[in-house]
Design a binder for this molecule. Structure first.
Ligand SMILES: Nc1ncnc2c1ncn2[C@@H]1O[C@H](COP(=O)(O)OP(=O)(O)O)[C@@H](O)[C@H]1O
Ligand SMILES: [Mg+2]
Length: 352
């Protein structure tokens, strides 16, 4: 067990790291952030920061020596950095979770071995593969890079076969998967936390609404169309976590369809669709992630209110902060990012 007073290393310095650091601090831990960017939302609330690249072995050594355990807030870290750290300090979740979740193709194949059902897909490594995939799957479809995609980036929609050239150009010919477009009624996610002893807890599944590929709102309880499929999705998420030996928070995104839950993607980390747990659940995803990586018992995922809703503040939405503060029921979270860009996650609001 890593006791309060110890130092938790966090790879990545964005808003997820910031909220992890706040949860850790409230439990008596120190947080040491490791990230390359000049501006670090997590660094602003951490006890220590190492600003270095994930390929900087000397910086990783210094970081490993300064912390008692390491976790990460985003999954696009070279696994070489993780392997370097694992030899020196405990790292949770482990490299297995990271490797699967970094690659959309590996992720789909892995989840299928556990009984999950992604949208029909084909691997696309060349322009000719793309034509073959379109012939096999039809359109509409979506071409996604295997690696590094987030918030709808690294994706191109195909309305018809004539969009193939534009889609291939849009992802710059990177290794990809073509996915059939899913006719879904709703989107939802399963967010669970798994401890070092295998104990697992799941928050009530949120109904997620995306706009232009970016999460807009998450709401609990979810409507009946989702809750009717939640048990199957939760069972799959538990199998994924157990099989990977995952420790910490794990998120699986799903489409609710007439044909049951279709797996979309997974993230081996805390997730935007569970930010509402900060006020809306007895233990937040951030608190339970810290508890899990430190080997502590997990907190209750029970709701603190009958209904909870979270809305992202994207780009210029952040300028509404003053109005939002005037709403005495709104819990405002701002991430301290100085540059406002369209679609950039600047903060979020939660209503109970
Ligand atoms: N095959 C699909 N069918 C229908 N909608 C999709 C499909 N793939 C992605 N989307 C839409 O785009 C959003 C973002 O895609 P996702 O694969 O989750 O990538 P990201 O890593 O950017 O979150 C999804 O939440 C969904 O709204
Ligand atoms: Mg997604």
């Amino acid at each position: 067990m890593i006791a309060p007073g110890s130092t938790i290393g966090v790879l990545g310095g964005g808003q997820l790291g910031r909220m992890l650091a706040l949860a850790a601090a409230s439990m008596g831990y120190r947080v040491h952030v490791f990230a390359p960017e000049a501006e670090l939302p997590a660094g602003d609330v951490a006890a220590a920061v190492t600003r270095a690249g994930y390929d900087d072995a000397a910086a990783l050594d210094g970081f490993a020596a300064a912390v008692d355990v390491v976790t990460f807030e985003f999954e696009n870290i070279d696994t070489a950095a993780i392997r370097h750290l694992v030899a020196r300090v405990p790292v949770y979740p482990g490299a297995a979770s990271l490797e699967v979740a970094q690659d959309r193709l590996a992720e789909k194949r892995f989840v299928e071995t556990l009984g999950g059902r992604p949208a029909a897909y084909r691997a696309v490594d060349s322009r000719a593969d793309l034509d073959a995939a379109i012939a096999a799957l039809g359109t509409p479809a979506v071409l996604k890079t295997r690696r590094m995609g987030y918030d709808g980036k690294g994706q191109a929609r195909l309305h018809g076969p004539a969009d193939a050239d534009a889609a291939w150009a849009a992802i710059a010919g990177a290794p990809a998967v073509l996915e059939a477009w899913v006719d879904f009624s709703h989107e939802f996610s399963v967010v669970l936390a798994r401890g070092q002893d295998g104990e697992t807890c799941v928050w009530p599944v949120p109904h997620n609404v995306h706009r232009a590929g970016i999460l807009d709102t998450s709401q609990v309880p979810a409507p009946a169309e989702i809750t009717a499929q939640a048990a199957e999705a939760i069972a799959l998420a538990r199998r994924v976590a157990d099989t990977l030996g995952h420790v910490g928070v794990l998120t699986l995104e799903f489409f609710a369809t007439a044909d049951g839950p279709r797996f979309n993607e997974m993230a081996p980390r805390v997730h935007n669709s569970a930010h509402w747990t900060i006020e809306g659940a007895r233990a937040s995803q951030f608190e339970n992630h810290i508890r899990a990586v430190c080997g502590l018992p997990l907190g209750s995922t029970e709701l603190t209110a009958p209904t909870v809703m979270m809305k992202n503040l994207l780009g210029d939405d952040v300028h509404d902060w003053c109005h939002l503060l005037a709403d005495s029921r709104a819990h405002l979270h701002l991430y301290g990012k100085s540059e406002v860009k369209p679609g950039r996650k600047m903060g979020h609001v939660t209503w109970l």
